[in-house]
Design a protein around this ligand. Structure first.
Ligand code: SAM
Length: 248
């Protein structure tokens, strides 16, 4: 792939040791998201997202792929692609070990029609302008290329998040894509359980409480949430997160 269009917005002053350490941390976080443990407050989302990502993989062509990961500081799904990668370009405003280009998704320093597949997982919630990121992804994808997106619909506020997304809004964002498939990452019971899990997790400051939550509470709520979500039916009123698969 011709990479002459890359423009490194900023490489920061981070040392090699810092970069190695942050790459290791990011890999560990990625593993937790790819194969979550029952003790994880986000188990119900991650479990569904991995399943949805695998479904997306079945639609990718068999040839070696040029892949873009927008907000790719942590790359949970990369291990599922490993044998199919020609190039993997991770772009993120934060310079860390796994990032190739430091830039915002709203203005990708890349030529048009470069990629066979783009991933943008849990990024739009932080964006200055989610529509600009989606439009930039559309620009840099080749014709008929696939886009995997995941976005929050319902979640306790944390960090510097700005947005939540509902199916009707997602359709507006992706209006220039075709075959847009919006897949809930669990239904209402899973959404409520995960939202409570996350609220408890964010509000518990003491080490003992964190231990009780991860060893006792979350395994129980996650297991019950998983079973009840299947039993109670397919209401999306409280769905917490969506995966989206779309074609350029
Ligand atoms: C919750 S993390 C998600 C990381 C990873 N994609 C995943 O699914 O685990 C959000 C990431 O989006 C990045 N981010 C925030 N604003 C962004 C923007 N405007 N363009 C691209 N990435 C952004 C953050 O730096 C962070 O790495």
């Amino acid at each position: 792939m011709d990479t002459s269009g890359y423009h490194y917005v900023s490489t920061g002053q981070t040392s090699t040791v810092d970069l190695q350490r942050s790459a290791m941390l990011a890999s560990n976080l990625g593993r937790e998201r790819l194969k979550p443990d029952w003790s994880n407050p986000d188990y119900l989302l991650y479990w569904h997202r991995t399943r949805n990502f695998r479904r997306c993989l079945q639609r990718l062509p068999g040839k070696p792929l040029d892949i873009l990961d927008v907000g790719g500081r942590i790359q949970p799904y990369r291990p599922l692609l490993e044998t199919r990668i020609n190039t993997y370009v991770a772009i993120d405003p934060q310079m860390e070990g796994l990032v190739d280009i430091v830039a915002k998704g709203e203005s990708l320093p890349l030529k048009s029609r470069m990629f066979d597949f783009a991933i943008c997982s849990q990024v739009l919630g932080y964006a200055d302008n989610p529509q600009h990121i989606v439009d930039e992804v559309l620009r840099v994808l080749k014709d008929d290329a696939l886009f995997f997106l995941s976005v929050p619909a319902l979640s306790p506020r944390h960090h510097d998040e700005r947005w939540r997304f509902l199916p009707e809004g997602i359709e507006v964002l992706l209006k220039h894509f075709r075959n847009v498939e919006i897949i809930p990452e669990g239904y209402s019971v899973a959404g409520v359980v995960r939202t409570l899990n996350e609220g408890l997790n964010l509000n518990s400051k003491r080490a003992l409480m964190k231990k009780i939550l991860s060893r006792v509470v979350f395994p129980a709520t996650n297991w019950t949430g998983m079973k009840m979500d299947k039993l109670v039916g397919h209401s999306e009123r409280f769905t917490a997160n969506y995966s989206i698969i779309a074609v350029k």
